[in-house]
Design a protein. Structure first.
Length: 323
C-alpha cells in the first residue's frame, strides 16, 4: 500500500499533430499540478485537500475547460460545474450553473461541509457563494477570445462539441477548428489516495461548447463523472450524456465490490462499454493502484505513485512524455 495520484485535463479526438503551442502549455500544467499534488500528499495533507488544491490550479489555467477556460453556452455565457467526494466518509458536494465563482471546486467542498445537502445549482449556488465569502468576479472574466471563437465555430456547424473535436463536415459546412483541430479544451479532474488507503476525487468543467443554457453534465452527478468510496476514487471526462447513461464512476467501484475485479480490470470494462469516442477516466485504489483508460483518440493525463512510477501522456501509452 502507498500513495498515488492522477490528474486529467480532458479526453476527446485530440489530433496527433496538435501544434506545439497548444500541446506544451497543457503538458506543463499537468506536470506542475502533478508535482503540487505529490508534494502535498508527501507532506501529510489529506487526499481531500490534495484533490481540491490540484483542481483549483487547473481551474485557474485557461488552457483547460474549467474555471477561467470554461467554454460557452448557446447564449455566449459560462455555466460551470464541479464535484468533490471523500471516499472514507462518502461525503460529497456538487455545484452547477455557476457564472461568477472563481473556483467552483472549493464551493462544492463548502456545500459538502457547510450544508445538509449535496448539490446546489444556479441562483441558489451563487447565493451560497456570497454567503460563504468565496471569491467571485464578473462573468466576463471567464469569457476568453478563444472560447468566443470556439462557440462561433460550433454555431456554424450547428452542433454541440465534445472535448477536442477535430474538423468534420456537418450540414454542408466545414467545421473550422482552432490550430488544426483544437476546438475545445478539456474538463479537469484529480484523484488521490494516501498511504493509509484514504481516497478522494474532484472534477470541474465548463461543459460542452454550444450547450443549451441550463444543461447539466456528468461532472456534478455523483456516480457518473465523480465517485469515491473505500475501494477507489474515480474522475471521468468526455461526453457527459454518455457518462451519465453508463454511470461510469460508480460502476468502476461496483465491479470491484461485487465482482472482485481489480481497479484496472473494472475501469477497462467500464470504458469499453461506453460508446467509442465518448469517455475516459482516471482512478486510484485504496492499495495505491492507478489507471487512466480512455476510448477516445487521446486524453491529457498524468499520474505518480509512491513506488516511483510517473507518467504524463496524451495518446497511447507508447507515446507518453515520460515513464
Amino acid at each position: 500500500m502507498g500513495w498515488a495520484i492522477a490528474v486529467h485535463g480532458g479526453a476527446g479526438d485530440i489530433p496527433r499533430n496538435l501544434p506545439t503551442n497548444r500541446r506544451q502549455p497543457r503538458e506543463a500544467a499537468l506536470r506542475r499540478c502533478l508535482d503540487l499534488g505529490v508534494s502535498s500528499i508527501r507532506s501529510g495533507r489529506s487526499p481531500l485537500d490534495v484533490v481540491e488544491l490540484v483542481v483549483r490550479e487547473l481551474e485557474n489555467d485557461p488552457h483547460f475547460n474549467a474555471g477561467r477556460g470554461s467554454v460557452l453556452t448557446t447564449e455566449g455565457t459560462v455555466e460551470m460545474e464541479a464535484c468533490i467526494m471523500d471516499g472514507t466518509t462518502m461525503r460529497c458536494g456538487a455545484v452547477s450553473g455557476l457564472t461568477t465563482v472563481v473556483n467552483t471546486i472549493s464551493l462544492a467542498r463548502l456545500v459538502m461541509e457547510k450544508t445538509p445537502h449535496i448539490y446546489l445549482a444556479f441562483e441558489g449556488a451563487e447565493a451560497f457563494a456570497t454567503e460563504q465569502g468565496v471569491e467571485r468576479v464578473e462573468p466576463s472574466h471567464f469569457i476568453t477570445p478563444e472560447n468566443v471563437e470556439r462557440l462561433k465555430q460550433a454555431r456554424e456547424a450547428n452542433r454541440v462539441q465534445i472535448d477536442y473535436t477535430q474538423p468534420t463536415h456537418a450540414n454542408g459546412l466545414l467545421e473550422k477548428a482552432i490550430d488544426e483541430g483544437d476546438s475545445q479544451i478539456g474538463t479537469v479532474g484529480c484523484v488521490a489516495v494516501d498511504g493509509h488507503g484514504n481516497l478522494a476525487t474532484a472534477t470541474s468543467t465548463g461543459g460542452l461548447v454550444n450547450k443549451m443554457v441550463g444543461r447539466i453534465g456528468d461532472t456534478p452527478v455523483i456516480g457518473a463523472g465523480t465517485y469515491a468510496n473505500s475501494l477507489c476514487a474515480v474522475s471521468a471526462t468526455g461526453k457527459g450524456e454518455s457518462i451519465i447513461r453508463e454511470t461510469v464512476a460508480r460502476d468502476v467501484a461496483a465491479l470491484m465490490e461485487y465482482k472482485g475485479l481489480s481497479l484496472k480490470e473494472a475501469a477497462a470494462y467500464v470504458i469499453d462499454r461506453v460508446p467509442k469516442g465518448n469517455a475516459g477516466l482516471i482512478a486510484v485504489s485504496a492499495t495505491g493502484e492507478v489507471t487512466m483508460p480512455f476510448n477516445t483518440n487521446g486524453m491529457f493525463r498524468a499520474c505518480a505513485t509512491e513506488d516511483g512510477y510517473s507518467e504524463i501522456g496524451i495518446w497511447d501509452a507508447e507515446e507518453n512524455v515520460e515513464n
